[in-house]
Every structure is written in C-alpha cells, then in structure tokens.
Design a protein around this ligand. Structure first.
Ligand code: C2E
Ligand code: CA
Ligand code: CA
Length: 627
C-alpha cells in the first residue's frame, strides 16, 4: 500500500486530511441525491455513472472514500478501475476505503460485499442521514488507520506496545494466556480444515509457594524463568513437526503455571513420552540464589477434537486433568477424562432447569452504575442477569457458559433486551433519569439475523429513544465471522443503538478490526484494572488502551474499580469513566435510585474548577468516602 509520500507529484504537498469522495453509481437519480446529501455535509464529491467514467476524472487529491454501486463491482473491478483511471488515479485510490452500495432487492449480499477490496456496504435507500453517517465513520476509520501507520512517534508504536503488553508475559517474555488462546484458536481452525488433532498440555509446578516463602519472590521469579528456559529447550528437542511453520508453543499462565500447544497432532499414544520428558526436564536440580532447589511439576493433557473444539475449553480440560494429576503426586501427568457420571447428571439437571427458567420467570436483571467520577454524573447502568434457581442465586459465570453451549443464550439475550427496555420505560415514567442501559449480548447471538429485529421491537414497544439502549459485545465476535458481525453491528447502529466493546484486552482482537467497528466505547477489562498499582505491566496496558481509545475517539470506561488507588491511577491517565464495587455493586431495579444518589453525592464535591483540579478533588472525595 502507498503511504502519503508514495503519491506522484501530481498532488500538491501537504495533502489535506479529507480528499474527495468518489461516487460511481448507475442510478442517476439516487446518485444526484446522494451527491447533494454529502455536499450538504461539507464533503467534496466527484461522481460518475460507470467505472469507465473514472478515466475522465481528475482527482484534486487522493480520494477519502470510494462509493461504488455493487452491480458495477464485478470481480477484478478495482484493477479495472485503476487501468481506466491511469497510474496517477490508481495511486489516488490506493489507500482509500470502499463502500459498496448494495441493492436490497437482491435479497442477499453479493459475494464481494465484504471481500478484501471492500471496507463496508450500504443497503441502497434514501436514508441520507444513514449514508452520511456511514461515510463519516469510514472516513474517520481510514484517517485513524493512516495516522497509525504513518506516525511513528506517541501512536503506531503505541499499537505495537499494546499488542505486546496484552500478549506477552513480562517476566519470561513468553506468550501469555491471551496469546496462547489466540494461537490455540488458530491451530484448532487449521486442524479442523486439515483433519488432524491438537494437544494442549497444562503444566503447574509443585509446592512452588515454598520457594517464594523461603527464598523470596525475586528467587521465585528466577526459578520461573529457569523452568521456562528448560521447557523451551525440552520442546525444541521434541520430534520435529511435519510442518516447520507450526512449532509447539510454550506460554506462561498466571502464577507458576505454563501451557504447551502442540499444533500438529501426535497420536495420543505418542504424546506420553514427550510430556513425561518435559516433566523430567523440570525436575533436574536448579541453583537459585546460590541454593540448590528441586522443582517438580505435574501436567494435564487435552486433545482436539476428542476433548473439546474451542481453545478455552481445551485449556480448561487440560487444567482439570492437571488437578487430577496433582492428586497423584509430583511429576505425574493425566489425560483429560470426561466428567464422572454424577457430575454429568448434575450438569444435565442445571441445563434442564435453565430451559424452564425463562418461562418460570426465574431471571432478573441487576443494574450496576457507570459513572464519570470527575463530572459526578451517571453515564449509564449495565444490566447483569441473575438466575434464582431453587432458592439459590446461580452466578452468570456458571450459567452463561451452559446457556451458550445449549443455545439458550439467545432467548436469554432476547429476554434481557426486552426486560431492560421495559425497565427504562418504567424509570422514565417514574421520573428517574438513567441515560443509558447496556445489555450483554453473547457472540453466538450476533450470528442470528433476528438480533436487530428483537432490539427494534423492544424499543418500539416501550417507546424508547434508541440511544438509551447499549449493546455490549466482546472481541470474540470478531474472530468468529467478522463480516457477519459487522453486518449485525451496522444493523444495530442503523437503529440508533449504542455499541460498546466489553472486556477489552482479553480477547483475540486484532487492533486492525477495531477501527472498522461502529462502536462508541471500550470497556477496559477488570483484570488490567486489578493490576493498577501492583504491576507496571498492568499500568502500561491501561495507559495504552486509554490512549488508543482516545485516538479512535472512543469513550474508555474502566471496569471492576474496587479501590481508591485504582481510581486515582485511572484519574492520572485522564480516564474518568468507571464502574466497580468502589462506586456501587450491581443492585436491583428498586434500589437503583438510592445507589445513584449515593454516587452523585460522593462525586459532587469534585465538580467545578479546572479539569485537573477536579481530578484531584475527585480522587480526594473518593478517598474520603471510604474512610
Ligand atoms: P461483565 O460483562 O464483565 O460484567 C461485569 C461483571 O463484573 C459483573 O459480574 C459484575 O458484578 C462484576 N463486577 C463489577 N464491578 C466489580 C468489581 O469492582 N470487582 C469485581 N471483582 N467484580 C465486579 P456478574 O454479574 O457476575 O457477571 C459476570 C459476567 O457474566 C458478565 O461479565 C457477563 O460477561 C456475563 N453476563 C452477565 N449478564 C449477562 C447477560 O444478560 N447476558 C450475557 N450474554 N452475559 C451476561
Ligand atoms: Ca459487560
Ligand atoms: Ca466486562
């Protein structure tokens, strides 16, 4: 791809940010109106009716966006357009995003709608505001992408740093859990295509706490590094993979745990020996801080496809096999064995309880406030599902995975959207101003075409302004089927609903996707917030996320803020939007007004004066409240 300096001298130096929008469309009437609508918003537009028309066009500057009628965009169209326009024209289009105008009458998207040439699509309509919004977003994304690429001070490096921070373990330099899961997801997809197996081995050191206690944490860290080296060497000695591009992966998990990915499937009976060899390798004496130590470890093994078909599941099964191995003493390893009968029955009972839970009205929503602590205002509340089952509250961490496995997460998500909408209307009618309610929607749900319709129906039924509802999605959405997710997100955006990216930093996100998502908010995962004040890596990640969000003009909200120290650190990074136990736990709908009053009161003292003075006061008042 060309960068700015690669443009031919036909263009003046100091190319402005916004070049013209090139519109190629065969429908003369639609084209004229679209042109008018875009011009009315200050865009410069150059239009023609066919790709051949590009030859006659003179672009004053590189184009900001190319809008093309899908009917004209036959395979290879871009090369053809380049040829028609000549090299200077080609360079002017080299970097520009492409918005494809698709006819709704076709009933389905043409194949090229989201191929490598196309950035986005617009279903042909005369909703000019929508078109203008889509164009604005694409221009913005392209500009940010260009900036990220071309600016090597303060942003491109920031992106790299962040990618490193969220994927590398700071102590050993090995991939961390996130990165391991991402690589494992890739290996599983590849294995699915090629029809082979993938092994995941979880390794944990025995009685490692004793080393930390007797020799100190520095010695403990040294031991972890030595074990990492040994495991690395042991893996390098493993019989080579049939495909040299697919070497084993060693990752460090939190604490004294490691994980190994063997992406080329060995037959199970050929795995025992190398795993045993790795454990022997660890067990050789080590000299740490001048003292000879004996560190041993245990291992658990899970295999794709036999034990699971998703990275997270394989690692968790390898972990449960590891727990089993630990019971058998040091240096042992076990294969994952499916749940014993009784557990399987209990699980089945839960699933059948879950099936009936909706019709029995066993679900409710709790609401947790999200606050701008400097302004002292409520930004919105997050709706969190609660399941009351046989007199106990089953936490989402337990029922959400079950609901996802059984497909019930879709009706639960639909219910949550309806219930949150009903509640917004009830609060409104009672005179309580809750600016926004966000609902968590599972990745699986984004694959259902009905999602936007469910949301629209709920908004209509309760006469809501669509902006009062927000949908939270996680990064895993992007991994599964980016084209489809983007379509679903756009349908929601077109309704006017807000979108936010949840648990940011824990998924498998490629930052390149981020600029293309029509989201308005990033939620920094609480695992990073928890590290604030205790780890420089956590601090660096949060700082990088805040800077990245700001460069994309997104709101950045920190989740799971529990302590004043964390809030202070966030304020120091100018991250004012927070959610967490420090401000309020999730509460029932009836308790929300009181919770809001309490928070606003807490933050009230911070308001007024310059932003920096307000930040200092916000930190002080939060501190005071706790004492
Ligand atoms: P999440 O979307 O990240 O929601 C925030 C979770 O963090 C909530 O847990 C909340 O109670 C908890 N939390 C908030 N502040 C703090 C804090 O300061 N410290 C700590 N330690 N935790 C805090 P909860 O309600 O147990 O929900 C867990 C997860 O279950 C949610 O994580 C979300 O992924 C999922 N979930 C909850 N409700 C729904 C739902 O309606 N649909 C779907 N698909 N998922 C849901
Ligand atoms: Ca959430
Ligand atoms: Ca979250």
């Amino acid at each position: 791809m060309n960068d700015m300096t690669g443009f031919p001298p036909a263009w003046p130096a100091g190319v402005p940010e916004h070049g013209p929008i090139v519109l190629v469309d065969g429908d003369a009437d639609w084209r004229a109106q679209a042109e008018q609508a875009l011009r009315a918003r200050g865009h410069e537009v150059v239009a023609c009716d066919a790709l051949a028309g590009l030859a006659r066009m003179r672009l004053p500057r590189p184009a900001a966006l190319l809008i093309v009628d899908a009917a004209l965009a036959v395979p290879g169209w871009r090369a053809e357009a380049g040829a028609a326009g000549g090299p200077a024209f080609d360079a002017g289009l080299a970097d520009c995003p492409v918005l494809l105008v698709v006819d709704a009458r076709e009933g389905r998207l043409p194949e090229q709608a989201l191929d490598g040439e196309t950035t986005d699509f617009f279903v042909r309509s005369r909703h000019w505001a929508l078109l203008v919004d889509r164009v604005r977003r694409q221009c913005r994304a392209a500009r940010v992408e260009r900036e990220l690429r071309s600016r090597h001070d303060e942003r491109a490096r920031l992106e790299q740093d962040m990618e490193r921070l969220i994927s590398v373990d700071a102590l050993t330099g090995l991939p961390n859990r996130n990165r391991f899961l991402a690589l494992c997801t890739e290996a599983v997809s590849e294995a699915r295509r090629a029809g082979h197996q993938v092994a995941v081995v979880a390794i944990d050191l025995d009685r490692f706490a004793q080393i930390n206690e007797s020799l100190g944490q520095v010695a403990g860290d040294e031991a972890i590094c030595l074990v990492a080296e040994r495991l690395g060497r042991g893996l390098a000695r493993l019989a080579g993979s049939p495909d040299p591009g697919r070497d084993p992966v060693l990752a460090r998990l939190p604490g004294d745990a490691f994980a190994v990915l063997l992406p080329w499937a060995l037959d199970p009976w050929r795995l025992d020996e190398p795993v045993d060899a790795l454990l022997q390798e660890i067990a050789r004496p080590l000299t740490i801080a001048g003292t000879e130590c004996f560190v041993t470890g245990c291992a658990g093994i899970a295999l794709y496809p036999r034990d699971g078909d998703a990275a997270g599941l394989l690692l968790s099964h390898a972990d449960s096999a590891l727990a089993d191995a630990k019971l058998r003493g040091s240096r042992s390893y076990r294969w994952y064995a499916p749940l014993p009968h009784a557990d399987a029955r209990a699980r089945l009972k839960r699933v059948s309880g879950l099936h009936k839970a909706l019709e029995r009205g066993e679900f409710s929503l709790s609401y947790q406030p999200c606050v701008d602590v400097v302004r002292g205002t409520l930004i919105g509340v997050e709706a969190l599902a609660r399941w009351r089952h046989e007199d106990e509250i089953v936490p989402p961490a337990e029922f959400v995975p079950l609901a996802e496995q059984s497909g019930l997460i879709v009706p639960i998500g639909e219910w949550a959207v309806r219930e949150a909408s009903r509640q917004i209307r009830a609060w409104r009618d009672a005179g309580l101003r809750v600016p926004k309610v966000s609902v968590n929607i599972s990745t699986l749900h984004f694959e259902k075409p009905s999602l936007a319709e469910t949301v629209r129906a709920a908004i209509d039924a309760h006469r809501l302004e669509p902006g009062m509802l927000e949908i939270e999605l996680t990064e895993s959405c992007m991994v599964r089927d980016f084209g489809r997710t983007l379509g679903a997100l756009q349908a929601l955006r077109d309704l006017g609903v807000s979108l936010s990216l949840d648990d940011f930093g824990t998924g498998y996100s490629s930052l390149a996707y981020l600029t293309r998502l029509p989201i308005g908010k990033l939620k920094v995962d609480r695992s990073f917030v928890r590290m604030l004040g205790t780890s420089t890596q956590g601090e660096a990640v949060v700082r990088a996320i805040v800077a990245l969000g700001r460069s994309l003009r997104l709101q950045v909200l920190a989740e799971g803020v529990e302590t004043v120290a964390q809030a202070r650190a966030l304020l120091g990074m100018k991250c004012h939007a927070m959610q967490g136990f420090l401000l309020s736990r999730p509460v029932g709908a009836a308790q929300l007004p009181e919770a809001i009053d309490r928070i606003v009161e807490r933050c009230r003292l911070a308001s007024g004066g310059s932003p920096s003075a307000r930040r200092v006061r916000a930190a002080a008042t939060l501190q005071g409240v706790l004492q």
